[in-house]
Design a protein around this ligand. Structure first.
Ligand SMILES: Nc1ncnc2c1ncn2[C@@H]1O[C@H](COP(=O)(O)OP(=O)(O)OP(=O)(O)O)[C@@H](O)[C@H]1O
Ligand SMILES: [Mg+2]
Length: 254
């Protein structure tokens, strides 16, 4: 039996309502299928919808139309509780800013997703967290608070936190964007290294997303998002170019 792709987006669109009326269509008919273990970079100019796409892939947001499936199961129709559980168990997120809790140590930050998941064996979770922190070069920094860590160290903690529940999908939205060149290179190398299935057992079978890594690994660029948005005419609902002043369908002026 062939397994379904890990992540499938079919005809996915995301429209945002504008305060002025009408809507801005950021994603239009996006199709993306991602197999377990596959690494994909999403590239496109600023504002082209990369973060919007990653948010949809990680169920932080829902599409306006189209379908998203994870391991063959649609995300649509799930309750908020089910989606929260899905995000906690199946998805690891790394953002441009680390979003570590300042009142928790590096180790405690890494353990938070295991508390949320109700890990059956807290001792085992702690052991794995310690091992992963050591794996990213932070063995002697696990009791440090985020305020005293460097930017690169904080992002490494964030990477470990994203991986602690062994998610099958890792979404990284410009994780090196706020780092200096040396730390960015080191974090990029680390992500590539952790992606090697032979590298460390708990990290097997991740699909990595990273917009900065495309030159480092041989990634297939599968979704190049368009820079020109569309919007919906508030009068006739026709989709027109975002910069259009007049609807080509009904003649309404914007
Ligand atoms: N909640 C929202 N409401 C209205 N517009 C939004 C919303 N979220 C995003 N947008 C718009 O959607 C477009 C795409 O935004 P997005 O953050 O996905 O771009 P991006 O490709 O990640 O850009 P960058 O490279 O700068 O991070 C932008 O024009 C943005 O203003
Ligand atoms: Mg973005």
């Amino acid at each position: 039996m062939t397994l379904p792709p890990l992540l499938e987006l079919d005809h996915v669109a995301r429209r945002f309502l504008l305060p002025s009326g009408g809507s801005l269509e950021v994603l239009h008919e996006v199709d993306l299928h991602l197999a377990a273990g596959e690494t994909v970079a999403v590239v496109g100019p600023s504002g082209s919808g990369k973060s919007t796409l990653l948010n949809l892939a990680g169920a932080l947001d829902l599409p306006s139309s189209g379908e998203i499936r994870f391991a063959g199961e649609p995300l649509a129709g799930r309750s908020e509780t089910e989606l929260a559980r899905f995000r906690n168990r199946e998805v690891g997120f790394v953002f441009q800013l680390h979003h570590l809790l300042p009142q928790c140590t590096a180790l405690e930050n890494v353990l938070i997703p295991t508390l949320v998941a109700g890990a059956p064996d807290p001792g085992e979770a702690r052991e794995r967290a310690t091992a992963l922190l050591a794996r990213v070069g932070l063995a002697d920094r696990q009791d440090a608070f985020p305020a005293v860590l460097s930017g690169g160290e904080r992002q490494r903690v964030a990477v470990v936190r994203a991986l602690i529940n062994r998610p099958r999908l890792l979404l990284a939205d410009e994780p090196t964007g706020a780092l200096d060149a040396v730390s960015a290179t080191a974090l990029g190398d680390l992500l590539v290294e952790l992606h090697d299935p032979a590298c460390i057992d708990p990290l097997r079978n991740h699909a990595f997303r990273n917009t900065d890594l495309e030159q480092k690994v041989n990634m297939a660029i599968r979704a190049i998002l368009k820079a020109n948005f569309n919007k919906e005419c508030p009068q006739c609902s026709e989709i027109v170019k975002a910069q259009a002043k007049v609807c080509k369908h009904c003649g309404a002026e914007f």
